[in-house]
Design a protein around this ligand. Sequence first.
Ligand code: COA
Length: 155
Amino acid sequence: MTDADIAEVVEMEQGACAHPIQAWTADNYRSSLRAGYWARVRCEPEGGRIVAVCVVMDGVDEAHLLNVAVHRDWHGRGLARALLQILAERCADRAAQQVWLEVRPSNQRARALYERMGYEAVGIRKAYYPAPQGREDAVVMRLWLRPEENTHALD
Ligand SMILES: CC(C)(COP(=O)(O)OP(=O)(O)OC[C@H]1O[C@@H](n2cnc3c(N)ncnc32)[C@H](O)[C@@H]1OP(=O)(O)O)[C@@H](O)C(=O)NCCC(=O)NCCS
C-alpha cells in the first residue's frame, strides 16, 4: 500500500463497515505508512480495484494487527482469512510468538473470523472505540503461533 491508495482504501472500508465511524480515516492510514507498518492491499485481478487491506505493526517477537477490511462485494469469499493466513506465516518466518488485535464486541463477523483462525479473547479495553452513540469497548484477542499456548481464553 502507498499514499496513492489511501483515498480508495478509505472509501472501500467505509462501504465495508456497518457504520462509517468504524472505518479508519485517511490520517490513520497516512500515519501507518509513515511509521513503516506492514500495509498491504489486495486488488482484483482484472480492473485493479482494491478489494482488501491489512495493516500490521511489528514488535520484537510479536505483531499487532491494526486493521483488516474487505470490500463489501467480496465479503464471505475467504479474502480476510487468506490475509490472516499470510500474516501468520509471515510472523512465523520472523520468529514472532504471538499476534494481538482489538475488535468491537458488536463486530460479530470479525470476531467469528478471528476465533476460527485460532485467536482467543484475553481482555477488554473499556470505551476504546468511537461509536455511533458514545464509545464502545474493545475485546483484546491474541493468537499464539504455538497452538499449545492457547489455553487462557475468556469465557
Ligand atoms: C470482518 C471482515 C474483514 C471479514 O472479511 P471476509 O473476507 O468477508 O471474511 P472471510 O470470507 O475470509 O471469512 C472468514 C470467516 O469470517 C466469518 N464470516 C465471514 N462472513 C461472515 C458472515 N456473513 N457472518 C458471520 N461470520 C462471517 C466466518 O467465521 C468465516 O469463516 P468460514 O469461511 O470458515 O465460514 C469483513 O467483514 C470486513 O471487511 N468488515 C468490515 C471491517 C471490519 O470490521 N474489520 C475488522 C476490524 S477489527
